[in-house]
Structures are given as structure tokens and as C-alpha cells.
Design a protein. Sequence first.
Length: 365
Amino acid sequence: MYVNGVFPAQWLSKALDDGSILTPSVADAALQPASLDLRLGDRAYRLRCSFLPDADTVETKLDRYGMESLDLRDGAILERNRPYLIPLVEGLALPAGVRARTNPKSSIGRLDVFTRVITDHSHRFDEIVEGYAGRMWLEVVSRSFTIKVRSGQSLNQLRLVAGDARVVDAEILEVHRAEPVLLRDDRPVAPSDVSLSDGLFLSLDLRREPFVGYRARKNSRLLDLTSPELLEADDFWEPVPSERGDRLVLEPEEFYLLISAEGVRIPPGFAAEMTAYDPTSGELRTHYAGFFDPGFGYEPEDPSHSSRAVLEVRAHDVPFMIEHELKVCRLRFERMLEPPSILYGAGIGSSYQGQVAMLSKFFRR
């Protein structure tokens, strides 16, 4: 029935209809070109510590490590640096040959809200094995801000994948030659300058004026994600200029929003996922939110159109120097089972098409 590829929106819709995803109802807005927004259930459980169920069910471990429960129906406050576990509205009944993967939504990753899904009898976060049938639970840890959330909100999203959908480096380069996926100054990057190693590398732009990014403020006010009003950025973020020589020292455990030097275009037949660059010293973590849907930065009539990638960056243990055009993350590409019926962009209300700003959609720009 399936070959190798990521489920597009029309296949996700069918999966909802035939029960591959168990859910009472799904609004049209929850379907993205290559993913499905998942919704928070009615309760959040404050945890003593994070955990993985391994050989147990999630509920068995929750009985052991849960401390109290919060009612999310009218909204509840989640404290900084405290893990919470929230059952998701959606569950799964995956057929053989189909697995699932989850990631924070971009708007949530940019808030330094760390989310990851756990499932029964699993020793991995965010990776759901083929044939899994059961509930999904979302661990939420807000690192920089105390936040308020409500049941029904979407903090993360899910992809369904059949078989091996990976696109190897040589194929990425061929795609780029035929239909550019990486641009600099509105021009395709020369194939000889494309950096590939199990994905397409992106680098930092540290020459922006008057500042190159944002740093999360400490001890800010409550970040209310249930409010319809846009938040004032200055209450939560401080602009960060670069140093002389187009470089920046990242302070340990501070959270930064930066932007890529390159623009990205994701053609309709492909999906991508941002993965962190992993220096062997382990001092730098980039990008907490990963899915790039078909159509991101893509305009079929305008090959010079693209969108920058916003990078969520944190240095660990020691101050870490970054410089202009330092390669800090990469895009891994996957094939779609077929081009999606909808593409990322203004037509479906996507928030970050053609972006040059870095802040989440929750803030006044």
C-alpha cells in the first residue's frame, strides 16, 4: 500500500478518516502540508523528574513520578524548568510499515519551550515505532519563561512516515541544481559551495544591523499563550548586537534567537527537518523545533524567493564563540509520498513564509 515517503496533507486526512490516527475531531487548520498539529488534553501533571517508560506504560511511571495535576480547561500556569506531562487529545493506531515522528511547533521552539512526546513501552522521545497503538503524552519544560497554556492548544506536531524516506546528499545536490533549495542574496548558492554531510548545512548571519538576534530575559513576567493579544517583545527579549569582527560570545545556558545567512526553499515533493549541529565537545545546542514543510520559502514563479531559518541556540557549560557564516545546523530531506494538496505559505495562513524576523508569532513585531 505504501512505498517510501512522508504522508502529505491529503494522506493525513485519509488516515484520520480510516482510524490510523484516533481523534474525536480535527479542525482543518490542524492539517499542515506534511504534518498534523497535536492538541493538549484537559490535565497537566507536574513531575518530580523527566522519564521514559521503557518496558512500562506511561501511566505506570506517572504514578511513580507525578506530584500533582492541573486543570487546563480554563488555562493553567507551568513554571520554568519544571517538567510537566500532558496527555494529548490524539492517539495512534499505526499500520505495519508506518511510523511517526514529532517535533515542537516553530512558534513554541522560539519561546524556549522544550516539548517531546513519549509513548507506552518506548525508550525514545519523539520517535514512535511502526504499528504503535495507544495514547501519546507530551512532556513540556519551559526553560526561559513561566507560561500559561490551555487544553486544545497545539504545542507540537506529528509526521507519519512510510519506509525509508531519506534523501541522500547526492540527491539533494541534484535537486538543488534543478530547482535551487539554498540561496544567498536572492541567488542560488553554487553547487560547489553547498556543504553536505548527511544533510544540507546552514550557517549564521552575524552581520545584521542594528542587532543580530535576541536573548531571553531572565525573570520576566508571565508569558500567557492563551491570550488573544500579541505580547510586547521588550518584556521578554533583549536585542543582541554582534561584536567587532562579526562574532558573538554566547553566555552559558542563555537562550538566543539567531537567523541563517542562507535562504531556504523546500520544493513540493520534499519535506525537511532541522537537526542540531553536534560538535564533539558538546558545548552548543541549536534548533529545538525541526519540521520544514513542503512550500517553505518556495514560490514556483519566483526562483529568487526563499525564507531564512530561525535558529534557537544555547551554549552549555562554558562561553562559546560563534562567528559569521559558522555552520551550526543542517537540513535533512525526505521524500513525500506525493506532493501535498496544500503548500506552506500565505494561502494556509503560515506565519513565517519569507521571514526575516526572528520572534514567535505571539509577539508584536
